[in-house]
Ligand binder design. Structure first.
Ligand code: G3P
Ligand code: MG
Length: 236
């Protein structure tokens, strides 16, 4: 089995997370897959950002959801990481999808649940995917929020889904069945080789995050399909 190395939030170790520069870096490294995060702006546009608040990864202040997409796109989302990335913007989902498509990258879109209406988030995201004509074969949607996964499963059963877990609940198999998951994405620190084996034997693809040292996952390696890393270059 070929282990897929996916870049976390683009390639978070070497470029500002969740930016187009991260996609360029992933392509430069020859990666096939990139993971990124997404939720809604004040005017209900899907935007590519991880935190609920702007401070850590931009020169803005306050909650992302209190600003329109146009306002967010005035911000600098690169300088905090390195002055070389000054002027890097917070991408809309549309810009991110189109850029990835141009680069031929496959995407793991992680839907962040920041207490926004789930239906609105799912509808907005699906509509952008359709607008961009992004190939579904190159897309995997994941979330820690199981309700969001169920919503997508009902609205767009053709989209590949992965449940994200921190602690893996006892009813994981039932949850994966209910959303017709293709994959399960787990925190490698909370996944035992025995559980990894069970997930694989149940027929799911298995991915771990966020693995930055090759030695950290030696015992899990036989069961892994993909690992998500800030430093994918360490695994190539
Ligand atoms: O999708 C894997 C990983 O990104 C989940 O955690 O907080 O980095 O989005 P987080
Ligand atoms: Mg993520």
């Amino acid at each position: 089995m070929m282990l897929i190395i996916a870049g976390h939030r683009g390639a978070k170790g070497s470029t500002p997370e969740n930016t187009l520069a991260g996609l360029d870096r992933a392509a430069e490294l020859g990666l096939a897959w990139v993971e990124f995060d997404c939720f809604l702006t004040k005017d209900h546009q899907p935007v590519v950002f991880h935190d609920e608040h702007l401070e850590r990864c931009s020169n803005g202040r306050g909650k992302v959801a209190d600003y329109s997409l146009a306002q967010l796109q005035q911000l600098d989302a690169g300088s905090w990481f390195d002055p070389r990335f000054a002027g890097e913007h917070i991408p809309s989902l549309r810009q991110y999808l189109l850029h990835a498509k141009r680069l031929g990258l496959k995407l793991n879109l992680e839907l962040k649940y920041h207490q926004q209406p789930r239906q609105q988030l799912v509808e907005a995201v699906l509509s952008e995917i359709e607008h961009c004509d992004f190939p579904l074969s190159d897309l995997l949607i994941s979330s820690f929020d199981h309700q969001l996964m169920l919503f997508i499963h009902h609205h767009a059963p053709e989209v590949d889904l992965a449940q994200l877990y921190e602690d893996i609940p006892e009813n994981w198999q039932l949850q994966l069945q209910d959303m017709n998951a293709v994959a399960c994405h787990c925190d490698y620190r909370r996944l035992t080789p025995e559980l990894a084996k069970q997930i694989k034997l149940a027929g799911y693809r298995l991915s771990t995050y966020t693995v930055n040292e090759p030695t950290e996952i030696t015992a899990l390696l036989p069961w892994l399909d993909m690992l998500i890393s800030d430093f994918p270059e360490r695994f190539i």
